[in-house]
Design a protein around this ligand. Structure first.
Ligand code: NAD
Length: 411
């Protein structure tokens, strides 16, 4: 694969082929509905003005207003933003979220900016982004943006419009109308999908070791939830090291150790392991929760798990996908397994529009219901077409977008 945009088009065309999608609809889905590139002039602390390049891609809005994150990093490319907007269309379709796919970003290194420069950049982004709003295009957070950035975006938006409208911006702090459970959402969704896959494959929690690569927001929350569901989490890695305990790691103790030291390495409740080999440890369930492309043609045949749950985006390469299928290893695809964050973002919009804010228990209960429906629908489409669950999930989402486009008379 050359780049993320080509990879997105590859998945799109494979699903289109498997579902006999009309060429006209495939053509519409193969290019964003609207892609804007704009500049943001920012007054730097030394008095000079610097121009930053920004992008926003709205993939399609047949299924609802476009929605999702804002990535700030140096080296950001238009292809990356286009691909991510397409993925969000699919993820929203998979999870039954009435929204199209959106993604935006700014080419800048946040660590090279002072707090004031970063705030002016973020405020400049929302000022210059057009169109925008709760019923049009709703930005959220991504790499390089977090709750504070989204609070500034909301404030700037509301200052411009003269109206309070929490549903116009996602991933806000709870004090400004954000949803509870936003931090936990993706990890909880991964755990729910893992539990479902184990049940379908008759893997008893108490006897099914789980190995997790990555112990950040997603990996640590999933580990904690799975541990509470009775699964022994026997090995965990992060960028700095790995730790294992065949009897099951104490996840609470491990989280406290990471809080203290910054890494899972050296945790006294286990022995240090080779982080380069974490994916090859024999286990029932393997959860890559770090970065993309970690399971490739090079190591796929050394994987000794019964099922892989993709918590990270695209951790399994297309070549490895085929090899794992031949080896009888099931893959629960990213668009299903890590859709918990997108689902709770939708809950955030619903709460903002209705001014009715939910308890953490209600968020979790509704998240579980929504993600398990996404799981079931993807598995059903896969069984009908005799394709992988990844393909089934894409077919499910594309079928919903297709229906919306036809009903609107667009094709
Ligand atoms: P994070 O930055 O909080 O944590 C990443 C973890 O992976 C850290 O423990 C880091 O040390 C580890 N890591 C990084 N490179 C590694 C490597 N080469 N080998 C082993 N460990 C490595 O990130 P996160 O929010 O937990 O996200 C993890 C993945 O899930 C990313 O691919 C992200 O795109 C994806 N994802 C996240 C969300 C979300 O809501 N946070 C939603 C969907 C998808």
């Amino acid at each position: 694969m050359k780049n993320v945009w080509e990879e997105a088009l590859f998945n799109l065309s494979k699903a289109a082929e498997a579902m006999d999608l009309e060429p006209e609809i495939l053509e519409r889905l193969s290019v964003p509905m609207r892609f804007t590139e704009f500049t943001i002039p920012v007054r730097m602390d030394n008095g000079a003005r610097k121009l930053f390049l920004a992008f926003r891609s709205c993939h399609q809005d047949a299924t609802g207003p476009t929605k999702d994150g804002t990535r700030v990093r140096s080296g950001l490319t238009p292809e990356e933003i286009k691909a991510l907007s397409l993925f969000m269309s699919i993820k929203h379709g998979v999870a039954g979220i009435p929204a199209g796919g959106g993604k935006g970003g700014i080419r800048a290194d946040p660590s090279a900016l002072s707090e004031g420069e970063y705030e002016r950049l973020i405020r400049g982004f929302i000022r210059r982004l057009n169109p925008k709003g709760a019923f049009t295009d709703i930005p959220g957070a991504d790499i390089g943006t977090g709750k504070q950035a989204m609070a500034w975006m909301l404030d700037e938006y509301e200052q411009m419009t003269g109206m309070h409208c929490p549903a116009a911006i996602n991933d806000k702090p709870a004090e400004l109308g954000g949803s509870l459970g936003g931090f936990e959402a993706t990890g909880w969704g991964v755990a729910a999908c893992t539990g479902k896959a184990a049940e379908e494959m008759n893997l008893e929690p108490g006897r099914t070791p789980v190995v997790i690569q990555g112990f950040g927001q997603v990996g640590s929350v999933a580990a904690k939830k799975l541990s509470s569901m009775g699964f022994p989490v026997t090995a965990v890695s992060d960028i700095a090291g790995a730790v294992e305990n065949p009897g099951g790691l104490d996840i609470g103790g491990l989280a406290a150790h990471v809080e203290r030291t910054g890494s899972v390495a050296g945790f006294p409740g286990g022995r240090n392991a080779d982080k380069g080999r974490i994916l090859e440890i024999p286990c029932g369930i393997l959860i890559p929760a770090a970065v993309q492309d970690v399971i490739t043609a090079e190591n796929a045949l050394r994987i000794q798990a019964k099922v892989i749950v993709e918590a990270a985006n695209a951790p399994v390469s297309p070549e490895a996908d085929d090899m794992l299928a031949s080896a009888g290893i099931r893959v629960i695809p990213d668009v299903v397994a890590n859709s918990g964050g997108a689902i709770v973002c939708d809950f955030e919009r619903i709460q903002g529009l209705s001014n009715d804010y939910w308890s953490l228990d209600k968020v979790e209960e509704r998240l579980n219901g929504r993600i398990l429906t996404a799981y079931r629908e993807a598995a059903e489409r896969a069984a009908e077409r005799k394709v992988s669950m990844r393909r089934g999930a894409w077919i499910n989402a594309m079928g919903k977008i297709r229906a919306a486009m036809l009903l609107r008379g667009w094709c």
